[in-house]
Design a protein around this ligand. Structure first.
Ligand code: SF4
Length: 251
């Protein structure tokens, strides 16, 4: 129990401290408006933060409210978000605006169930809207978070999402989830990259199951190029009940 608490505190502290030292600023991270949060999270799905930032001002100048979005034609919305490349999102946004204006009096719902009934809105987007607007701490798990947590705790490649969600809940702070979550997303983007994690500079490296494996390998092997990590070539052999110890090996 004590080691779990130490692990939790250590994880939180390092993420918060790294986030403070490595801030990334995007316009959608500054707003408290649930309409803007909902639209931004829908646009961010399978799109880079930079691409969404580039159209953010234009989008909300053209559609400043959910009512304005409801009044728009799908073709108009598609034109504004054309650079993001996924046309179906324009239709989804229009449908969502129509439902919110018709069934919720133009107010963005703050219940996960209501939000997840909208087209294109899954648990992650719904969670972001509720957590960022209301300040509630809710586990927010996307592929970036899955990557960090599965590497850190040495989880197997299958059945990750539910387990990661439980672990996220274990290490999330009671307050300030939004900044904490952004720090995790930024760490996944800048350090815990999909193919070449930069474990040497990672704030989690002395706790991380995969990080320890890769750093040990680097210390015993002469390498002139970054270590390449291939996700499918790894397997969890064991994990202790308190999640503080894991055995992670290459196949
Ligand atoms: S130590 Fe390496 S694998 Fe672990 S979280 Fe950091 S970058 Fe990712």
């Amino acid at each position: 129990m004590e080691s779990t608490q130490r692990l939790r505190r250590g994880f939180q502290k390092r993420i918060q401290s790294w986030g403070t030292r490595n801030p990334r600023d995007f316009p959608f991270r500054r707003t408290q408006d649930p309409y803007r949060i909902l639209v931004s999270e829908i646009l961010l799905r399978r799109t880079t933060a930079r691409a969404v930032s580039a159209i953010y001002t234009d989008f909300f100048a053209r559609f400043p409210s959910i009512e304005a979005l409801d009044q728009a034609r799908v073709a108009e919305i598609a034109k504004v978000i054309r650079s993001l490349g996924i046309r179906r999102r324009a239709r989804d946004l229009r449908v969502i605006a129509r439902i919110i204006c018709r069934d919720f009096g133009g107010k963005i719902p703050t219940s996960l169930g209501n939000l997840m009934a909208f087209p294109g809105v899954g648990g992650y987007i719904a969670g972001c809207v509720v957590a960022f607007h209301t300040g509630k701490s809710i586990p927010l798990v996307d592929s970036n978070i899955e990557r960090i947590f599965s590497r850190f705790f040495g989880l197997p490649n299958s059945s990750k999402a539910a387990r990661v969600s439980r672990l996220y809940a274990e290490v999330m702070p009671p307050k300030g989830l939004r900044q904490y979550h952004y720090a995790l997303i930024d760490l996944a983007h800048e350090v815990c990259k999909p193919l070449n994690p930069r474990c040497m500079t990672c704030p989690l490296n002395d706790f991380c199951v995969l990080g320890q494996t890769l750093l040990k390998r680097a210390s015993t092997t002469w390498v002139s190029t970054p270590i390449t990590y291939r996700p499918r070539a790894t397997q969890l052999f064991g994990l202790s009940k308190n999640l503080s110890t894991a055995i992670f090996a290459n196949r």
